[in-house]
Write a new protein. Sequence first.
Length: 184
Amino acid sequence: MDKYSVRRHVSACKKMLDDSERNAAAERVFDTVAGMAAFILADKVLMYNSLPDELSTRRFIESWAGRKKFYLPRVNGIDLEILPYDRTRMHLGAFRIEEPDGDDTVDINDIDLVIVPAVAYSRSCARVGRGKGYYDRLLSRARRQLTTIGVCYDFQLFDDFETEEHDIPVDFVVADRHGIIRRK
């Protein structure tokens, strides 16, 4: 399946969800993430600040913010910058996503774990993003192995789809009801 078809299919499925389904799925996925060794052992976690059609990260970030050092991305041109999460220092940024304020950027190599958003994932942990390549560029800057986890609704999980050479897979995918899938 090509990326365009994947994006169109996932978009249609997301429109059929109601708020209770969205909230229940996010709770199941992030409860699973919280029990993973990669999360338990991580000190510095780069999260994404969810869009309305994505699994919501807000409750998870708030519940762990006192115990983990969370970071969020901020769009800077064609790249993502990484800044510490502070609820009091946020603004509506690119693509109408809340982004952190400040100049205290952090290098990707200082992060232990990245929770990576995507439109879809494959069972081999490949990902289809929204098409701008932000996370592929960010992850390609890592000079050391860091752990990456993709999170998704079940309908965002595909057996396979087309990928390109620059597409960077994740180490794990946590799907709503399918649980944890590990890249082989």
